[in-house]
Design a protein around this ligand. Structure first.
Ligand code: NAD
Length: 405
């Protein structure tokens, strides 16, 4: 029965993805990338940008150079710094007000996935006749967005290339999705000057978020040759450069490579879709406000173990890509890949448990996770409610090494 529920979704996803390859935004990279992006916006004719960011980045002067540059190019700059992690509908409404009150003609997101996602919805609602809530869902936009530009200051969500935005509903404790190709920005800038200040724990969590995107895309039943290629490249880059970026945040080359990996992973999952790591972690973040990357990083090893039964050959391929191993022992290679992910998580300080979790919530978290996976993801193996609960119990207990039959 469960498998039957997944089949139509899988077929519909596959049909859509076969005929539709999302466009990649234009990208700039390096120490002056944010300025180059601002320049592009001016060349495109926009003069009244709304900068969407958070107060931490603004107060630490990380936007000073960009704002001075935009003003020097004759722009009237409005800054909205109300972004919080896991942004809510109230945050989006406040940003929308700033956009409309100041007659902004472009939206310029500077920040992590939270700023970028909120900025996407602000840019959509600014031109829409619908309310923000009515834009929730798939293909609900009724007008082109305000021209939309992005400077990601974390490297993990891939939101700078995805067709989605995620906004938290504080009443229902659910994350709401906005999915539309219109949400892909015109252009994105990987500015190493801004990326290098990301603290080590955030570097680790967001980097493991990118790794999760790439692995879930690579093992999705809706994968394609191009998504495989981008996902595998992202995984290779992350194993090589995430430890360097974590240990020496000022290594601009490592920062650039992790940003590229996040971009490639984001592109591949936008077409191939995600899996149970996200289905579970979204519910955890909605209940306990757990940072998205951290929740994914902690859930990932458990779901890899669950998926091994159907994904051993895919994990083995990844192990061969990473090590050029000549072995053809699929089971051994798959185990080695899972251990490699554990070792990376340990090296960048990812904990084995999430202590905020409360077992009284496991029932609703499990049901909502299964519902999200059923409606959105082409998972390689279907989980039962009791298996989601086992994952949650293992997270509470800090036991990563669980087995599934
Ligand atoms: P975030 O945007 O919530 O940022 C976390 C913290 O990092 C903030 O306090 C911020 O001030 C700080 N920060 C950001 N850049 C910094 C820098 N360079 N230096 C110092 N501090 C910095 O974290 P995130 O993980 O990037 O984004 C998570 C959000 O993205 C969640 O809401 C999640 O649902 C969403 N998401 C969206 C997609 C998508 O496709 N749209 C994909 C995955 C996740």
């Amino acid at each position: 029965m469960i498998v039957m529920l997944h089949a139509p979704i899988r077929i519909a996803l596959r049909a859509l993805s076969t005929f539709y390859t999302p466009q990649k935004p234009l990208t700039f990279s390096g120490p002056d990338a944010a300025r180059k992006l601002a320049d592009l916006m001016v060349v495109n004719g926009q003069r009244r940008p709304l900068i969407v960011t958070d107060s931490f980045l603004l107060q630490n002067g990380m936007l000073d150079d960009l704002i001075t540059f935009l003003k020097g190019r004759g722009c009237h700059v409005t800054t909205f710094d109300g972004i919080i992690p896991n942004p809510t509908f109230a945050v989006v409404e406040a940003g929308l007000k700033a956009s409309l009150d100041n007659k902004c003609d472009a939206v310029f997101a500077v920040g992590g996935g939270s700023a970028i996602d909120a900025a996407k919805v602000i840019a959509a609602a600014s031109t829409s006749r619908k309310s923000v809530k009515k834009l929730t869902g798939t293909l609900k936009g009724d007008a082109p967005l305000l021209p939309f530009y992005v400077v990601p200051t974390t490297s993990g969500t891939g939101s700078e290339v995805t067709n989605a935005a995620v906004i938290s509903d504080t009443e229902t404790h659910k994350k709401k999705f906005f999915v539309d190709p219109k949400y892909i920005p015109i252009a994105a800038a990987f500015d190493t000057g801004l990326l290098k200040s990301l603290p080590a724990p955030m570097t680790a969590a967001t980097g493991m978020d990118a790794l999760t995107h790439a692995i879930e895309a690579y093992t999705s039943r809706n994968r394609f040759d191009d998504t495989d290629r981008d996902a595998a490249m992202a995984i290779k880059l992350l194993f090589e450069y995430l430890p360097i970026a974590y240990e020496n945040g000022h290594d601009e080359h490592a920062r650039e490579m992790v940003a590229l990996a996040s971009f490639l992973a984001g592109f591949s999952f936008t077409k191939a879709s995600l899996g149970y790591v996200h289905a579970i972690s979204h519910q955890i973040s909605a209940h306990y406000n757990t940072p998205h990357g951290l929740a994914n990083a902690v859930i990932l090893p458990r779901v890899l173990r669950f998926n091994k039964k159907t994904c051993a050959a895919r994990f083995a391929q990844l192990e061969q890509i990473l090590t050029a191993s000549a072995s053809n022992d699929t089971d051994l290679l798959a185990e080695q890949f899972i251990s490699r992910v554990d070792a990376l998580a340990d090296r960048v300080g990812i904990p084995a448990s999430l202590t905020d979790l409360q077992s009284k919530d496991f029932g609703v978290i499990s049901s909502d996770a299964l519902a999200e996976a059923r409606s959105s993801y082409a998972v390689p193996r279907v989980m039962r409610r009791s298996q989601v609960t086992r994952v949650l119990q293992s997270v509470l207990a800090g036991n990563r090494d669980l087995t599934f039959s």
